[in-house]
Design a protein around this ligand. Structure first.
Ligand SMILES: NC(=O)c1ccc[n+]([C@@H]2O[C@H](COP(=O)([O-])OP(=O)(O)OC[C@H]3O[C@@H](n4cnc5c(N)ncnc54)[C@H](OP(=O)(O)O)[C@@H]3O)[C@@H](O)[C@H]2O)c1
Length: 281
């Protein structure tokens, strides 16, 4: 599924010191999703080797074809990311060929309570923690030694604005995204001496199947292409955190710094309790 690059390199943007501007390899998981697909498109260019992961073969092939038309070399994978043995084998195989320069651990899922005062189904919670939290950490474990040996790399972990303060509409999702945010923040300092950058991305609402399935209001929803543009720009600059859109980021950031009682009251007022509840009681 690999295609050779024959055209001259056209990547001209100025990147941080830990990222090459030509002949680079970009790995994106969740490439069959809205944000992952838009990121694949944003990175597709001559001189870029895209490694795209998704479970839906046909959708993945369609995205790969679009990226190839833009000059990118594309390699695909549909392995089970939550199977650590399979994940380790796949990443070792990739690194033997070309150590990825930018790794965007984007695959993720959501779950929510099925009714007022009901917990999320435990099977769903376990599957969510596996893909949202354990898989990105496993990817870091398996990729960092190769990046350290080369002396460069960029790890991108997709969190959410739901990481600023847990939401009653999505408690487990909030926990997974707060966990990956904290992990990425810690990792950044740890890996900086090795010239490996770590970026935590905290999107607000971005139009996608996952977003559509989420209960609660969705203010300042962005199209995935806009999100991908902002994410790519932040990655290129090796930003520690990319959070958007500004008004929602600012509002949800306050939820993390205000006294917890006030934040809880605000969350209820704003309608982020279970949709079966009355927002203002
Ligand atoms: N959209 C938003 O409003 C929003 C806001 C904040 C953060 N995020 C985060 O952004 C990331 C991308 O989400 P999205 O909005 O683009 O959603 P999406 O369109 O539903 O895409 C989700 C992607 O994750 C993949 N995925 C889910 N579970 C998987 C598993 N167990 N193994 C392998 N791949 C799996 C899906 O693959 P398949 O196609 O094979 O199912 C799909 O490619 C997620 O981490 C999400 O939490 C999204």
């Amino acid at each position: 599924m690999t295609e050779a690059v024959t055209e001259p390199v056209t990547v001209t943007e100025k990147s941080a010191a830990n990222q090459p501007t030509q002949n680079r390899c970009v790995l994106i998981t969740g490439a069959t999703g809205a944000i992952g697909g838009a990121l694949a498109n944003a990175y597709a260019a001559t001189g870029t080797h895209l490694v795209l992961h998704g479970r839906q073969q046909e959708k993945l092939e369609a995205i790969a074809n679009t990226c190839r038309q833009q000059g990118a070399q594309v390699t695909l994978s549909t392995i089970d990311l939550t199977d650590d043995h399979a994940l380790q084998g796949w990443l070792a195989e990739l690194c033997a060929d070309q150590v990825p320069d930018i790794v965007i651990a984007n695959a993720g899922k959501n779950t929510h309570p099925q009714g007022p005062a009901l917990l999320e189904p435990w099977e769903d919670v376990q599957a969510l923690l596996d893909i949202n939290l354990k898989t990105p950490i496993a990817m870091v474990q398996h990729l960092v030694p190769a990046m350290q040996a080369r002396g460069s790399g960029q790890l991108v972990l997709i969190s959410s604005l739901a990481a600023w303060h847990g939401l009653p509409t999505t408690p487990s999702y909030s926990a997974s995204k707060a966990g990956i945010k904290a992990y990425g923040e810690g990792l950044r300092g740890l890996l900086a001496p090795h010239n490996i950058g770590v970026t935590v991305v905290m999107p607000g609402y971005v139009t996608s199947p996952m977003c559509e399935a989420m209960p609660g209001p969705k203010p300042w929803e962005w199209p995935p292409e806009r999100a991908a543009k902002v994410i790519k720009r932040g990655i290129t600059a090796n930003r520690a955190r990319i959070s958007f859109p500004f008004p929602l980021n600012f509002g949800t950031w306050w939820l993390a710094v205000l006294p917890a009682g006030i934040s809880q009251w605000l969350i209820k007022r704003l309608g982020f309790n279970h949709p079966g509840d009355t927002p203002h009681d």
